[in-house]
Write a protein that binds this ligand. Structure first.
Ligand code: URA
Length: 434
């Protein structure tokens, strides 16, 4: 067997690693026989020289195989998973999960918590009183069979190699490598066990990857991995050049999702949800995206998506009276109106900045063990290309104290750009990669 130092040298000088080398590398790093310093050097060499499609697929499958792989085969039907690469105000799973389930697609989804400036579906769901996201595998399966959908936290340990490698990337400046991101995301998606995968690859100033061409490259790489692993995978690029919808923060987003499930959500949110739901339904039913879109719209307008959402909340222990009367959900102690300091058009919003400010207000964590304030966050009154007059309320900041609101308001100042005329319209829905 080659010494690991020789493999690092090979990658550094642009040579390909064999499948055996890659599998041994993942196994060796997990069992401790490859130390952090050597793995760090390898990750940096991958950052500079990339991975071929074969190397990338082998790496992803080795990471997938490092832990539990869910077997969903006892749930009848084609299970379609959905993953977003993260954003601000992104509450789409709460809406498109019930839409797709109402159209007969079993949704057995494991979601995550907020990461950095991005929110997480599990935190949003847990802001519903009583809602449980720690169902056992048995209860998870039962919920999918009973209501057609379950949105749960991770059961068992999926892709532990990713967890270890991600932690090392985080401290070695190797997080932003496109092949490493692709392997990280797809190792977990493949371990989660659904038959087909829809990837919402966000792009723009509130996304993990901000450059459109790089986001497209990430989408292509993830679709290649999914396809080579035998799972039909589709990626849809969507813009994060402004927050999605108006609400940012956990129960504020649940309230907005409730409006959307009644067909009454903000236009950008509805457009993205119909687009993503159509892909999921198209994958699950093997019909065209256009036909799927009609089914998605009907699921909303008939009330079936809403009823499916209520059934899901009830099945997972949530109190549906709060969903029927969302005004009863806990409210922040302070609602601070953030005013425009000048008149003009909003020409740009620093979306990542809004995510960070929502975190300051209490909606996110700065350490894993931090508690979040379920009612904290931001409700926008205006978005890009709106005209505002000095003194208009730009956003309402929901938080627990005036001090926090004032600290957040100071930061928000840098998050808006104004001009004398509107800028180019944001291209909300980008390319599809199949
Ligand atoms: N999300 C992941 O799961 N992994 C990455 O590397 C980046 C975003």
């Amino acid at each position: 067997m080659e010494r690991f130092v020789d493999l690092i040298h090979n990658k550094k000088t642009g040579r390909e690693l064999s499948d055996t080398d890659i599998k041994n590398m993942v196994r060796g790093y997990c069992d401790g026989s490859i130390p952090d310093y050597q793995m760090s050097a390898m990750l940096m060499a991958i950052c500079f020289n990339g991975l071929s499609d074969r190397e990338l697929t082998t790496l992803t499958l080795a990471m997938r195989d490092s832990g539990q792989i869910n077997d969903l085969s006892s749930i009848p039907g084609i299970k379609v998973d959905k993953h977003s690469t993260g954003g601000v105000g992104d509450k789409t799973t709460l809406i498109i999960g019930p839409i797709a389930a109402a159209c007969g697609i079993p949704i057995a989804k494991m979601s995550g918590r907020g990461l950095g400036f991005t929110g997480g579906t599990i935190d949003k769901l847990e802001s519903i009183p009583g809602f449980r996201t720690d169902l056992s595998t048995e209860d998870f399966f039962h919920a999918v069979q009973h209501t057609g959908i379950c949105l749960n936290g991770q059961t068992g340990e999926l892709a532990p190699a990713d967890k270890m490698i991600y932690a090392l990337r985080d401290v070695t400046a190797t997080v932003d490598s496109i092949p490493l991101i692709a392997a990280s995301i797809m190792s977990k998606k493949l371990a989660a066990g659904s038959d087909k995968i829809l990837l919402d690859v966000t792009t723009g100033n509130g996304a993990f990857i901000k450059d459109y061409q790089q986001s497209l490259e990430l989408a292509h790489k993830m679709v290649t991995i999914g396809t080579k692993a035998g799972k039909n995978t589709v990626a849809q690029l969507t813009s994060m050049d402004e927050p999605l919808g108006f609400a940012i923060g956990n129960n504020l987003e649940v309230k907005e999702a409730i409006h959307a499930l009644h067909g009454d959500g903000p236009k950008d949110l509805m457009d993205v949800c119909y687009c993503l739901a159509s892909h999921m339904i198209s994958l699950g039913k093997e019909i065209s995206v256009e036909e799927a879109r009609m089914l998605a719209e009907d699921a909303i307008h008939s009330g079936r998506a809403w009823n499916t959402f209520l059934a899901m909340v009830q099945e997972q222990g949530g109190d549906i009276s709060y969903m029927e009367h969302p005004e009863r959900l806990p409210q922040a102690a302070v609602i601070y109106e953030y005013k425009a300091a000048r008149s003009g058009y909003i020409t740009a919003m620093d979306t990542e900045g809004f995510g960070t400010v929502a975190g300051i207000l209490g909606a996110g964590r700065s350490r894993k063990e931090d508690n979040i304030d379920v009612s904290a966050g931001i409700v926008l009154c205006h978005k890009v290309n709106d005209h505002v007059t000095e003194g208009d309320t730009l956003a309402c900041l929901h938080t627990s104290s005036l001090e926090l609101a004032q600290a957040a308001a100071e930061k928000l100042e840098g998050c808006y750009q104004f001009g004398e005329s509107p800028g180019e319209a944001i291209r909300l829905i980008g390319d599809v990669v199949v």
